[in-house]
Design a protein around this ligand. Structure first.
Ligand SMILES: C[S@@+](CC[C@H](N)C(=O)[O-])C[C@H]1O[C@@H](n2cnc3c(N)ncnc32)[C@H](O)[C@@H]1O
Length: 337
């Protein structure tokens, strides 16, 4: 067998004798004539039977494997410690990737059971082109990603702020109570529809997402008094996010703006409507589109950020694109001071 040279990468357990090398503790050397001409000790292998040589080689390989495994473990621990030191996280607070993933999944399940309810109305596809439907499918994927991010934020904030042992079972419950992730409903969406198929095509694992999908419309699922239809055309401004209300975002992509679609639908079903309080918090900057009609995922993000921070300013600054040219009124008053 060709033996690799002993480099730094392939270190050998120094305690493990190499076949043919002198070892006072090993009876391999028994019967080996190991005095060289110059008087130094040198391996002589010819007296060892082949079967025994093989056995010893196997044992050496095994011992080296164990040694390397231990070495790697130590290196890993060292690296983790370095990361923890850098980010000022105590060893006790460090959570393995696997545990974090499990906790995030649990957090999403809790959101599905007890998070604030929000609907994306997917029943409006008759006025959407194939391209718009495809874009909506991508936005639904982003909505889901934003919800996951909220669970992760809650988990990370909680684990770094608390001095809990990560194995403490109460940890999970406590982090769930600070998570603001929504219980997301996709209403008016049937399996086999163009939108459903696009969702599956565009979003990996869509069929296992932690969200509720219903063929029924929001008005068939929730009491009328709980529903608030969000529409940029509403005369009412949303003041706060009421945890007992179910907010409905219209599943529409306005490639060409279709005004009043959700407002008219809400009026026919006599539901409350509201628009985001953009006018109260924002004003026109130097240039931009000044469009206040936002996408499904931006509206979802705004509601989530508002719930986390209780600040419309932070929510708008985070989610309203710079290209709109809309800037916070506080920014204007700060620069004119
Ligand atoms: C691209 S918009 C579609 C606007 C569409 N013309 C309509 O009639 O609702 C997608 C959805 O996001 C929500 N939305 C967008 N901008 C909004 C705003 N400024 N205030 C409240 N909801 C908004 C609405 O639910 C809307 O149906």
């Amino acid at each position: 067998m060709k033996r690799s040279k002993q480099t730094g990468k392939h270190k050998r357990d120094p305690r493990v004798p190499v076949l043919g090398e002198p070892d006072s503790n090993n009876d391999v050397s028994d019967g080996v004539e190991n005095v060289e001409h110059d008087g130094s000790m040198s391996p002589k292998k010819k007296n060892i039977p082949r079967s025994q040589k093989k056995k010893i080689a196997r044992e050496q390989r095994m011992a080296n494997k164990v040694f390397h495994r231990k070495e790697k473990k130590l290196e890993r621990k060292k690296r983790i410690k370095e990361v923890c030191d850098k980010t000022k996280v105590n060893d006790a607070e460090w959570v393995s990737k696997r545990d974090r993933k499990k906790a995030i999944q649990a957090g999403l399940k809790v959101a599905l059971e007890s998070g604030q309810r929000i609907c994306i109305d997917c029943s409006l596809q008759q006025c959407q082109s194939k391209k718009e439907i495809s874009k909506l499918a991508s936005q639904i994927g982003r909505v889901y990603g934003t919800n996951i991010a909220a669970v992760k934020r809650a988990f990370d904030l909680h684990t770094s702020a608390s001095n809990h042992d990560v194995n403490d079972k109460t940890l999970n419950k406590e982090f769930h109570s600070v998570s603001q992730a929504f219980h997301v409903y996709l209403t008016g969406l049937s399996k086999g529809s163009v939108l459903y198929d696009e969702c599956v095509r565009k979003n990996d694992g869509f069929e296992n997402y932690f969200l509720d999908i219903s063929e029924l419309g929001h008005a068939d699922i929730f009491p009328q008094r709980d529903l608030v239809i969000l529409t940029p055309d509403s005369p009412n401004e949303l003041l706060t996010v009421d945890p007992d209300k179910v907010y409905v975002i219209g599943g529409l992509i306005d490639e060409t703006v279709q005004k009043n679609v959700t407002l008219d639908a809400a009026h026919t079903t006599r539901l409350q409507t509201a628009r985001l309080p953009i006018d109260t918090y924002m004003t026109r900057g130097e240039s931009g589109t000044y469009v206040k009609i936002l996408t499904v995922n931006q509206v979802f993000g705004i509601l989530l950020t508002y719930k986390e921070t209780l600040s419309w300013s932070i929510a708008f600054e985070t989610w309203i694109p710079k290209r709109t040219g809309l800037i916070l009124k506080t920014e204007v008053s700060n620069t004119t001071k």
